[in-house]
Design a protein around this ligand. Sequence first.
Ligand code: HEM
Length: 444
Amino acid sequence: MPKALPRLQEPPLIGSLRSFRNERLELFNRVRRECGELGLFRVGPLSIMLVNSSRALQEVTSLHADAFEGGLAVNALLPIFGRYSLVLLPNKEHRTYRKIMAPTFQPRRVSMFAEPMVKATLEAQARWTDGQEIDVGQEMLRLTMRIVGKTLLGLEVLDEADDFGAALTTCLEYSNHLVANIVPVPLWLPTKRNRELKKALAFIRGMLMEKLSSRRHAGCPATQDFASMLMGVRGEDGQGLSDEQLRDNLIFIFSAGYETSANTLAWTWYLLSKHPEVYERLRKEVDEVLQGRAPTYEDLASLPYVHQVVKEVMRIYPVAYFFGREARRDVEIDGYQVPKGTFAAVCPYTLHRNPEYFPDPERFDPDRFAPEQESKLPKYAYLPFGAGVHACLGVHFFMIEAPLLLATLVQRVHIDVLPGQTVKPVVEVTLRPSRILARVHHRS
Ligand code: HEM
């Protein structure tokens, strides 16, 4: 007989709505503390089950993944990413299209993007004058947007990418508003925010459809980018993706590929500034391996500490801090009864703070990911990229991009975060740091 899920003590009617809006990370920590590895809380009418045990995580994301689909978060994002976006597809279609699209994201394919990644980073660094003050988050956003613009669509930065970027920023702001407000203002109401979103979406979709159609007319595209690779994929029936399917997935990949990456890199500079000994060791490894030349894909295997730093940043500040889907039927998870309609949520932020796997969890220590330590971690203890049927397809792209970008910058500049700032996590669709100001010093 399955047990009832442990429940958080909370006010009647609205439940934890206020904490969910104003102090979300503290709420998740409280659920973990008071309920244990599986805990239920309410946000208005919505029941949310926070999943923190490895067995339950495996069941929710893989073994019983067929019982979980859609839900409020997925529905809210549909107007932006569109109904064909892989991450939002109903389970049956998701299985088919993930199989078709996944090979495009394999290391062998995405490794060819290493060169444009390093080139964009060198250009960004060359624009900074010695002693210049920068907003770290904004600079990382600009850089990752350029990289995604180039690798996804062959966009040659600036004007085109910037208009596109501005429209994407409007979409991102809209999704942040949705995440904060739970019950969104219907899109048909002519509010300022709704009008701006519709205008931005019309621009993005129009531009993508135009590009796809001109590529179809031109035959085989000259550039090798995500768009051309996805145009070439075929299912078992020999069918490729329609322009609408390509458009929606390109919008999602663009959004998934720049903001998450930029926020992780911004957290990296912040943590390095707080841990000069880690910064020094990182610089030593980069200098010794590269001997002054720009890094390449082949160098990545010789830069283990750079990878360890990125992984530890993603443990402490997993930018995808909360995601999940709704139970479409009653289902038993790890011996507990999960009623239909419950939203099963994975929260890497609390998961990564389990002292059983990460002793003294608030301590920043990249050696936790030294190969002999990392190999001892249980499978579901560390999930910055999700797990199971919806696990991130961009993981290889990011694990090429972040180390290359970090190595390139560490080699050429010192990013000196200005003292006296209070940097806090800002909890939106992703977990980003508040503004970080730094001074850039060129290294001789
Ligand atoms: C720091 C960087 C990133 C993080 C933390 C991240 C995290 C995630 C997570 C947690 C999911 C699962 C979401 C869910 O279950 O609803 C996901 C899905 C996905 N990500 Fe990423 N991501 C990152 C970068 C990227 C990049 C660079 C790309 C593309 C180049 C990408 C493409 C995707 C795709 C296509 C999916 C959907 C997979 C599916 O539903 O089958 N991501 N990502």
